[in-house]
Design a protein around this ligand. Structure first.
Ligand code: TUI
Length: 323
């Protein structure tokens, strides 16, 4: 931590990822395109393209676009439930993307071939057991994601999960879920993390291409406006509540068969994020939605967060009366 005008919090993550700030932008499907990822990387964080269930050609084009927008490192998130995982892994390898993050599964078998060409592999985990298993597979770091996050989530909160994973593994741990500003960054570092990943905070970045109606919904959201659907299908997902989430919860309460429940969810993320259907679309967003109150450039978001974190960390001793 350096003082003066260069309010910089430097951790081992900055060296690992070759970035100015220990801050990753979540690889949100249909939201984290090359525009957002490049803007975050240009601003000193690590931008990440979210590949979701998109076809391989789309991913390759996004990677090429991001390379045109920025010479800085960026990443691609691979959602392991996608039918195109193998092809997307090939593209990431081919294009020598600096970092890959993964979600919704175990990427163990892909680790050696990615690292062989110098790609950093950083899976999102929601349990100590998976973190330990993946560290044995040789991953470079893990993202410990609490259930405050939007989208597909685990069972534990960030506050409980992060220190347990920090104690269990020997690689750097990045905290995600419920992080919104400098307070969240300082808290994550206090828990032993070396950095943070934020998704929801970047949904209302100017460079985020999601439909205006979704941005509006996030901005209007209050503290209890997210709900978890899909617990009974084995894929719990946090969304902003709307007609679709109500229908989901009714179906689950009535114990309808899994495939019928999953059917109404298909394509619903795209319907929200791209088409702006905020009633029958799946508006995946985290609990910090309530704190998002305006559209801002990604660079402004990042500067605000890091300056806030620096202020807090500098003042913490005084606040607690530590002498
Ligand atoms: O992956 C995410 N967030 C996502 S993926 C997604 S697309 C989707 N849509 C509907 C249903 C399911 C997915 C939307 N949001 N975050 C990272 C994350 N990964 N959170 C939790 C996990 C996770 C959960 C269980 C990772 C691994 C895991 O277990 C795998 C194993 O083999 O033990």
């Amino acid at each position: 931590m350096r003082g003066g005008n260069s309010t910089i919090i430097h951790t081992v993550l900055c060296d690992l990822l070759k970035v100015k700030y220990p801050l990753l932008q979540g690889g949100m499907a249909w939201a984290a395109t090359a525009e957002l990822a490049a803007a975050v990387s240009e601003a000193g964080g690590l931008g990440i393209i979210g590949s979701g269930q998109a076809p391989p050609d789309w991913v390759r084009e996004q990677v090429k676009r991001a390379k045109q927008y920025t010479a800085r490192p960026f990443g691609v998130n691979v959602m392991l439930l996608s039918p195109f995982v193998d092809e997307i892994m090939e593209i990431i390898r081919d294009e020598r993307v600096a970092v890959i993050t993964t979600g919704a599964g175990n990427p163990g078998k892909y680790v050696p071939s990615l690292q062989e060409v110098g790609i950093r592999v950083i899976p999102v985990v929601a349990s100590v057991a998976l973190a330990k298993r993946l560290v044995r597979s040789g991953v470079d770091a893990v993202i410990a994601e609490g259930m405050e996050s939007g989208g597909h989530i685990g069972e534990l909160t960030t506050m409980a999960l992060v220190p347990q994973i920090v104690d269990a593994v020997s690689v750097p741990v990045i905290a995600a879920g419920g992080v919104f500003d400098g307070r969240g960054v300082a808290a994550a570092l206090a828990l032993g993390a070396v950095g943070v990943q934020m998704g929801t905070r970047f949904m209302c970045a100017r460079e985020c291409v999601i439909h205006e109606k979704v941005k509006e919904m996030v901005i209007k959201a209050k503290d209890r406006d997210t709900v978890i659907t899909g617990r009974t299908t084995g894929h719990p997902v946090r969304v902003l509540h709307n007609k679709l989430s109500k229908k989901f919860i009714e179906m689950e309460d009535n114990c309808l068969p899994n495939d019928e429940i999953l059917k109404i969810g298909l394509g619903s993320l795209r319907a929200a994020m791209v088409d702006g259907d905020v009633e029958m679309g799946s508006v995946m967003a985290g609990q910090v939605s309530a704190m998002v109150n305006k559209v801002q450039p990604a660079s402004e978001i990042i500067e605000e967060i890091m300056a806030g974190a620096y202020e807090i960390m500098n003042g913490l001793g005084k606040l607690a009366g530590v002498r």
